[in-house]
Design a protein around this ligand. Structure first.
Ligand code: ADP
Length: 649
């Protein structure tokens, strides 16, 4: 609930829009009655050839006559009671008659009062001619219908805007968080986790917020207003009518709990579903190569049918909320009709010995009471939809906010230190690292890499080479020791400041489904076409790019699937060359490039790597030839030695 309240507070920032939407709805409600049916009496009057002015005068006259007659009878009856003329049942009848007469006279007085007020308005604004009045009424109906729909449209658009804006804000926040987390934190959720959060959870939360602003305030207020008025008429009778409320309240609490559990189920199903979907589609080559289609089909069918099962349960409980709330509404009205009718028909003030009213109720009195209860029962019914939305919102917020609250381990310091470019050295001091807190991947590594040095990192698979690079690039912070750039720990630099010094090419090249031009330029938007071509030439990519009919405008397909592995690596290399960073990181960057091209690239590299620090993970002797120093990483230990020494192994 705490998280959901936070979401509500955030949404409340759009309060002017929400308030405007509510005003529009109120306007719509007010104009609802302005249709032909409501104005029918006016038409009826005018069709009889009467003007509204004369009809109004007539009304005053008729009411006045009734008031006079009523007052006369009242005076007579009061006199008879006072003189003791009426006794027994006759006396009771007379008292009841006095009540009725009082009510009638008050009603007629109200009519006279309103008609007198209305008179000048009718004189001023309405024509005396009946036909012209009809025309005016018809014009008013047409205009008010038009205006009502303008308000309705405005209100719908405002509410939709607020709801969509809320889900968009939530989605933007999740996306920002996904990009801000360090790799270990990101991997804990995975792409599928974030995908589910962006789609399903954000939707649930937005539903909840819309439900609250759409009805969780207004509906209970309507109920309270109507019940309050009913209490004024007869508080005891109101309490009797509310006898059902505790039972229904208990049922609603139970239903709430069920709904919340199921909403959690819906959420975890959504995560599982995205997981299965993304895995099968991203690894579609392996799925097809190993003919695992039936297995994956079955997996997808299983998770979708599980989703359907949970969805059906959700629908069931959601639908169940309706009858439960409606039972309360109808129960209230039914009890009031039964009890009220008994009291009125029998002219009693007590039922089962319990006093209900001080005086026997009159027919108009009980009718007003019924009216208030019916008025309360409609919002009670609408409340069920609100409760469903509220539950979804609470579960959505519980799923989402802990993720949004996860502090990125790559948190920026308040006042990051600034360093001149280029740097002088990278130093690792007693750097230890563990992914899971159990296995030590790097164990007290101490190395210094001066600016301009070309370092080859070698060692067996799983020895910790990539981890070492990841720690230097600050994709992870070390669990022990520190990495220093010119004597300043990386944690005291802005991440942006560090990363802009680095260009990186990894074994798994990541390309965007855009043109080759876009992919090379990614990371340096200000680069000119000439610079892009220059970088492509250095990476020996220009030749194959020129062979494409569309050249640099060729779309590479999702993750560059239209290109060969070697071509992809060359584009990634061109991207890194264009970046012109002071630290170049190559993680098996030429592993898929043919021998001849690799030789040419090495030639280009040997010129390019001048005046920058190069860290390359490699197994290839040809790449080793470029290195000034070699760092051997094995079982978490790293030893640095000059490259020209004969290799130990
Ligand atoms: P290399 O690059 O030398 O092949 P890595 O640095 O990739 O080795 O991996 C070193 C060790 O860390 C391996 O034992 C590997 O299983 C483990 N490892 C790598 N990445 C992760 C990760 N994200 N989570 C947990 N363990 C990891």
């Amino acid at each position: 609930m705490r998280y959901f309240l936070r979401a509500l507070r955030e949404a409340a920032k759009s309060w002017p829009l929400l308030a405007a939407a509510m005003l529009c709805s109120a306007g719509v409600a007010a104009l609802w009655g302005a249709n032909i049916a409501a104005l029918f009496p006016i038409i009826e009057v005018t069709l009889r050839g009467e003007s509204l002015q004369s009809w109004n005068d007539q009304r005053i006259e008729d009411s006045q006559q009734r008031i006079d007659a009523g007052e006369e009878e009242l005076a007579r009856l009061t006199g008879e009671i006072a003189s003791g003329e009426r006794t027994g049942e006759d006396l009771a009848w007379a008292r009841h008659r006095i009540d009725t007469l009082n009510l009638n006279v008050a009603g007629d007085r109200a009519v006279v009062y309103s008609a007198q007020k209305l008179g000048p308005w009718l004189d001023r604004f309405l024509p005396v001619d009946p036909f012209q009045t009809v025309l005016m009424v018809v014009a008013f109906v047409v205009f008010s219908t038009f205006f009502k729909h303008v308000l309705l449209l405005t209100s719908t658009m405002l509410v939709s805007w607020v709801a969509m804006n809320i889900s968009r804000n939530i989605r933007v926040k999740i996306f920002d968080k996904a990009l801000a987390l360090d790799r270990a934190q990101f991997m804990r959720h995975g792409s599928a986790g974030f995908m589910a959060q962006v789609t399903a959870t954000a939707e649930m939360l937005a539903n909840g917020i819309t439900a609250v602003y759409g009805g969780a305030v207004t509906e209970p207020m309507k109920i309270i207003a109507c019940l309050g008025c009913a209490l004024l008429v007869s508080w005891r009778l109101t309490l009797v009518c509310m006898l059902m409320a505790p039972v229904v309240g208990f049922l609603m609490v139970w239903l709430n709990r069920q709904m919340r559990n199921i909403s959690k189920g819906v959420l975890s199903q959504a995560k599982g579903y995205h997981h299965v979907l993304l895995e099968a589609l991203n690894n579609v080559l392996t799925v097809q190569a190993y003919t695992m289609e039936p297995f994956e089909r079955q997996r997808f069918r299983d998770c979708t049918s599980e989703m359907m099962r949970v969805g059906m349960r959700h629908s069931f409980y959601k639908a169940l909320a309706n009858p439960i709330t409606e039972i309360l509404g109808i129960g209230m009205v039914a009890t009031s009709i039964a009890v009220g009718a008994w009291l009125v028909i029998n002219q009693e003030t007590q039922i089962f010995g319990v006093t209900m009213t001080d005086q026997p109720m009159t027919v108009p009195g009980i009718m007003i009471f019924f009216g208030f209860l019916i008025g309360a029962s409609d919002p009670v019914r609408k409340l069920s939809g609100v409760i469903t939305g509220l539950n979804m919102g609470i579960v959505g917020a519980q799923g989402l906010y802990p993720l949004l609250d996860t502090e990125s381990k790559l948190a920026e310091v308040a006042e990051p230190k600034r360093l001149p470019s280029p740097h002088r050295e990278i130093r690792l001091e007693d750097v230890s690292f563990s992914y899971d807190g159990i296995d030590t991947v790097l164990d007290k590594v101490n190395i210094t890499i001066p600016f301009g040095e070309r370092v080859a990192i070698v060692g067996p698979n799983g020895g910790g080479k990539s981890t070492l690079i990841n720690v230097i690039c600050r994709f992870y912070d070390p669990t022990g020791g520190q990495v220093l750039l010119d004597g300043v720990p990386l944690t005291e630099l802005a991440v942006e400041d560090l990363r802009r010094r680095i260009a990186m090419v990894t074994q798994q090249t990541e390309l965007f489904n855009e043109t080759i031009h876009y992919n090379i330029r990614y990371g340096r938007w200000d680069a000119s076409d000439e610079e892009i071509e220059e970088a492509a030439r250095k990476a020996h990519a220009h030749e194959f790019i020129s062979d494409f009919p569309e050249g640099y405008k060729t779309m590479v397909g999702p993750n560059g699937f239209r290109l060969s592995g070697g071509q992809r690596q060359r584009i990634a290399l061109a991207r890194a060359f264009l970046r012109d960073a002071e630290i170049l990181v190559l993680d098996e960057a030429t592993s898929q490039i043919d021998v001849e091209s690799e030789r040419l690239i090495h030639e280009a590299l040997s010129q390019y790597v001048e005046n920058r620090t190069v860290l390359m993970i490699t197994h290839r002797a040809s790449t080793l030839a470029l290195a000034d120093a070699i760092v051997e990483v094995e079982h978490g230990r790293a030893v640095k030695r000059p490259a020209k020494q004969p290799q130990a192994a």
